[in-house]
Design a protein around this ligand. Structure first.
Ligand SMILES: Cc1cc2nc3c(=O)[nH]c(=O)nc-3n(C[C@H](O)[C@H](O)[C@H](O)COP(=O)(O)O)c2cc1C
Length: 402
């Protein structure tokens, strides 16, 4: 207890929504996010990207990514969502081995856009104090006139934690308890008009204030990317968008039901988002041909690099990667299933096929309860134009987009 004359706030755990939750409606039945634009080769670990690196791998270079983001907004995408990655998987493609920062880049995307939400990702357990993020966020929210949002990820990779000097193991569930306190303190910082004290188990703050506060009322949008029961519980208790994955439509249906039950229990409104990987061609046959080429050229070393980094984590719903597999192509313990689901699309639903097929796949996801779909394109320049010319008109006819 510090006797500094400031009030100590009582609430240190969620659910906590002073002033309520932000309104997330954009008028679109299915919201769209332009995903993973900031990372080399996005969600495609294939040596095929080396045939045209500027287009298929290094679209993150600002000269290109800034144009892609503007194009995504023009087409009607509701958000830009970066992928939060500090260290790549290596291999011949240097997969994900370059990334524009996923927190600061929202500030750069704000003045080049007018309507779309600009999202940052922060790994909260790597050492930020909530005051850092509350201040950065309030600033980007000002610059963007209330369009900033934060994707909170707990931070799970041992090699990334090590890069931040953290060699101690982090208990999975405790990371979410920390995250909850982190979020509650941020919400206080965005809400309180006077300096205050906060005394939690993981975070303390004495006499802090964030002025100016965020532009958006009551506060910026918060999202969590995760999938475990503890992660989902955390998300429904504390954030506004639950960004998750499932291995099948059935799996999504179950997850949506679980999230809806929890949101009734906690009396909170959340939107359900997922990510996807798109490969769109004029016909299904052409898309299948290109997919086969990407598959033939899979960068196994990069996939293996990722696999080892994910050891012990059921990160993307592909199963615990410490469960040893079958020495795929001479890589010790590498499960075939991991290669097949991870290399192209990082285990997310594949939007692969003709515009009609892709639109049907999107409709199927929407029908099982997905309200926001974040898309990483195998070829973003081409993919955004295909969305504009071919896929969005079908989605409009389906009543999924206005
Ligand atoms: C859809 C989705 C997107 C994710 N995006 C990121 C990301 O951009 N950066 C990151 O470090 N982790 C990301 N993660 C990993 C999660 O933040 C989390 O650490 C991981 O899923 C383990 O938590 P869990 O056991 O609750 O699922 C993502 C997970 C999911 C399911």
């Amino acid at each position: 207890m510090v006797n500094n004359g400031f009030r100590t706030v009582e609430t240190t755990r969620g659910p906590f929504d002073p002033g309520g939750q932000p309104d997330l409606e954009t008028g679109q039945p299915l919201q769209l996010g332009f995903f993973g634009w900031n990372v080399r080769a996005g969600m495609m670990a294939s040596k095929a990207v080396l045939t045209d690196e500027a287009r298929l791998a290094d679209y993150w270079v600002w000269e290109r990514s800034s144009k892609l983001i503007k194009l995504a907004e023009e087409i009607g995408f509701d958000y830009q969502v970066p992928f939060g990655r500090w260290i790549g998987g290596g291999g011949a493609t240097n997969f994900n081995g370059a990334a524009l920062d996923f927190l600061a880049s929202a500030a750069a995307t704000a003045p080049i856009t007018e309507k779309m939400g600009v999202i940052s990702t922060a790994h909260i357990t790597y050492g930020f104090h909530p005051l850092h993020i509350a201040k950065f966020g309030a600033t980007i929210d000002h610059i963007s006139n209330g369009r900033w949002g934060l994707n909170i990820v707990s931070g799970y990779q041992a090699q990334e934690r090590a890069a931040f000097g953290r060699l101690d193991p982090l208990d999975h569930d405790e990371a979410y308890d920390m995250a909850e306190e982190f979020v509650v303190l941020m919400k206080h910082l965005w809400h309180e008009k006077e300096r205050f004290n906060f005394e939690g188990d993981y975070y303390q703050s004495y006499g802090a204030i964030v002025a100016p506060g965020p532009s958006r009322s009551p506060r910026p949008v918060l999202m969590n990317a995760g999938g475990s029961p503890k992660g989902i519980d955390f998300a429904v208790r504390n954030v506004d968008v639950v960004f998750t994955l499932a291995p099948s439509l059935e799996g999504y249906r179950d997850k949506v039901a679980q999230i809806r039950d929890l949101s009734t229990k906690y009396n909170r409104k959340v939107k359900i988002a997922t990510m996807s990987w798109a490969l769109i061609e004029a016909t299904d046959e052409l898309a299948a041909e290109r997919l086969a080429w990407y598959q033939d050229e899979v960068d196994l070393e990069a996939v293996y690099g990722y696999y080892q980094a994910l050891a012990g984590i059921d990160t993307f719903g592909a199963g615990d990667s410490s469960a040893k597999g079958d020495d795929y192509e001479g890589y010790p313990g590498l499960p075939r299933e991991f290669v097949e689901t991870f290399a192209l699309g990082m285990t997310s639903p594949r939007l692969c096929g003709s515009p009609e097929t892709v639109a049907e796949k999107i409709r199927a996801l929407h029908e099982v309860g997905i309200e926001s779909l974040f898309i990483n394109f195998s070829d973003p320049q081409k993919g955004l134009h295909q969305m504009q010319d071919d896929v969005l008109p079908i989605l409009r006819k389906m009543g999924i987009r206005n």
